[in-house]
Write a protein that binds this ligand. Structure first.
Ligand code: GDP
Length: 297
């Protein structure tokens, strides 16, 4: 299960303090030391941990705790609130353009789960929001990627716009939006090319698509299992493309949690959705508070 190590450690740390009728500065010090170690072990970014611990310390020895009748529980509440805030606080909404179609660009490295997530997102938009998306195959470098999206289209009974591998991705995206207008699709989801590493060619192409189609959302798909790498990838994509949000995949695996807990703080961009499995209905809105509760038990 995701966050297992982190959850175990935090929960046992918390247990020690929960029932306390009095919480001393020493108690808070010990608790934050444990929380700090647990977070570092879960591969949370070093600077993120430092800032978080400082905030927890400041609040945990402050008035709201000391004057409370149940200081132990109050400290836990502080930890939970700070973890929630770290992950973005509120659940983020998906954009709706007042001039349809709403255009979503999906970006990310190969293997992160971009194509699968494109299908999942389309499925969610249709099921939960009653929308009619058009999927667009812009990875012209890998015929297999186009085929994969087309297969998803068949599974979902949803149209996929593709012009093969000979037309430029920018033109494909442009024409797809025209098609969406003609056929009254209210969302266009563009599956762009992925590479094994962040490189200039990829970024140039993504920037060109971005400036041509002017997307309402740019979702970066990252694999939560890759920890700090996911955070670094998010930082570079954000610098180059000014993404609007992140979709974390494979949260059903045994990720240690570093990516989920660092991405918002490092990039300033919210995690909007979480992939919870390979199936097309396994995409969930990301709720920071629920995630914090899950981690703290
Ligand atoms: P892309 O190269 O980024 O387009 O990645 P794919 O969409 O082809 O996905 C790569 C692999 O990750 C596939 O085997 C997917 O089934 C798998 N995958 C994607 N999202 C998830 C997820 O949320 N959970 C799990 N367990 N597997 C996922």
């Amino acid at each position: 299960m995701a966050f297992e190590g982190l959850a175990d450690r935090l929960q046992s740390t918390i247990k020690k303090i929960t029932g306390k009728g009095k919480v001393s500065e020493q108690d808070v010090k010990e608790m934050t030391r444990e929380v700090r170690l647990a977070l570092l072990e879960a591969d949370v970014n070093f600077k993120v941990v430092k800032d978080l611990i400082n905030r927890i310390k400041e609040r945990a020895v402050g008035q709201e705790v000391m004057e409370s009748l149940t200081p132990g529980q109050q400290v836990i509440k502080v930890v939970k609130e700070e973890l929630t805030a770290l992950m973005g606080g509120e659940q983020s909404k998906i954009a709706v353009s007042d001039r349809p179609p709403t255009v979503i660009m999906m970006v990310g490295l190969q293997g992160a789960g971009k194509t699968t997530t494109t299908g999942k997102l389309a499925n969610l938009l249709r099921k939960k929001h009653n929308r009619s998306p058009l999927l667009v195959a812009c990875d012209v470098y890998r015929p297999a990627a186009i085929k994969q999206l087309e297969t998803l289209g068949v599974q979902l009974d949803m149209p996929v716009f593709s012009l093969g591998t000979e037309v430029s991705p920018v033109d494909i995206a442009k024409q797809a939006i025209e098609r969406a207008k003609e056929e009254h699709h209210d969302y266009v989801i563009i599956d762009t090319a992925g590479r094994l590493h962040v490189d200039t060619n990829l970024m140039d192409e993504l920037q060109q698509i971005k400036s041509t189609v002017n997307p309402d959302e740019i979702f970066l798909v990252v694999d939560s299992m890759t920890g700090q790498d996911a955070v670094n990838v998010a930082e570079s994509f954000n610098e180059q493309l000014d993404i609007s949000g992140v979709i974390l995949t494979k949260l059903d695996g045994d990720t240690r949690g570093g990516a989920a807990l660092s991405i918002k703080a490092v990039t300033g961009k919210p995690i909007k959705f979480a992939g919870m499995g390979e199936k097309l209905d396994q995409l969930e809105a990301f709720h920071p508070e629920r995630m914090a509760s899950r981690i703290l038990g």
